[in-house]
Design a protein around this ligand. Structure first.
Ligand code: SF4
Length: 201
C-alpha cells in the first residue's frame, strides 16, 4: 500500500479526499499545518472539527508542533497582501512543510485537501505542490478532488461539524464581508456628515 501524507486544511475539506484515496487502496496519514488560519478562536474551532472527522473516519493525524502560527505566516508574506499573490506564498509555505514531513517519515508521496475546494486557486496549488515535490525529491499526488464537492458538503452537514465561512487568513475574512464592511463605512460617513462633520472620540 502506498504511504501518503495528506496535508489537511480543515475537517470538512478532508472528508471526500480521505474516502477517495481509500477507494484507491491508499491509506492517508493526515497532517495539519495551517498558520494561515486566524484569529486563534477560529483556529481552535477548525482543529476541533478536524478531530471529530479523524475520529469518525479513523485515520491517523499528525499536528505540526508549531501550532497556531500567525507570526510565522505574516513573516512568510513579507508584506504581500494581494489575493492571488499572497495565496501563492501561503500554499507554498504549507506544502513545503508537508513535503518535508512526508520525506522525513519515509512516505511515498504527499498531497493536500486544498485540491478539494472550489474556492481555492486550483492551478496555483498544483504548481506549488509540484515545486515542493521537486525540492524535496518526493512525489506530489494530484487528484481533482473538486468532483466530490457536493458529497463532502452533504457528509459535513450530516456530521454537524463546523463549516467555516472564509478561507483562513484575516484578509480573506475581510474579503468575505467586504460589501458589508462597505455598507458600514457608508453609514459612518453619513452619520458624520449629518453631524456637520463633528466626531467624538
Ligand atoms: S485566502 Fe486562503 S489561501 Fe489565500 S492567503 Fe488567505 S488563507 Fe491563504
Amino acid at each position: 500500500m502506498e504511504k501518503l501524507l495528506l496535508h489537511i486544511c480543515c475537517g470538512p475539506c478532508s472528508l471526500y479526499p480521505v474516502q477517495a484515496q481509500r477507494e484507491k487502496a491508499i491509506e492517508p496519514v493526515g497532517f495539519f499545518y495551517n498558520p494561515n488560519i486566524h484569529p486563534f478562536m477560529e483556529f481552535e474551532r477548525r482543529v476541533d472539527a478536524l478531530e471529530t472527522v479523524s475520529n469518525s473516519l479513523k485515520f491517523d493525524l499528525l499536528w505540526d508542533p508549531n501550532g497556531y502560527g500567525l507570526e510565522e505566516w505574516l513573516a512568510a508574506l513579507k508584506g504581500e497582501t494581494r489575493h492571488g499573490r499572497r495565496c501563492m506564498i501561503c500554499y507554498g509555505l504549507r506544502l513545503n512543510r508537508a513535503a518535508s514531513k512526508a520525506k522525513e517519515l519515509g512516505m511515498n508521496a504527499f498531497s493536500t485537501t486544498l485540491l478539494y475546494s472550489r474556492y481555492q486557486l486550483h492551478e496555483a496549488i498544483l504548481e506549488q505542490g509540484r515545486e515542493c515535490a521537486r525540492k524535496h525529491g518526493i512525489k506530489f499526488y494530484y487528484e481533482d478532488f473538486r468532483k466530490g464537492w457536493s458529497k463532502g458538503i452533504e457528509t459535513a452537514k450530516k456530521m454537524r461539524i463546523y463549516r467555516q465561512p472564509y478561507c483562513g487568513c484575516i484578509f480573506s475574512e475581510y474579503e468575505r464581508y467586504e460589501k458589508r464592511a462597505g455598507r458600514l463605512n457608508q453609514r459612518f460617513s453619513e452619520s458624520i456628515s449629518s453631524q456637520g462633520g463633528a466626531t467624538t472620540a
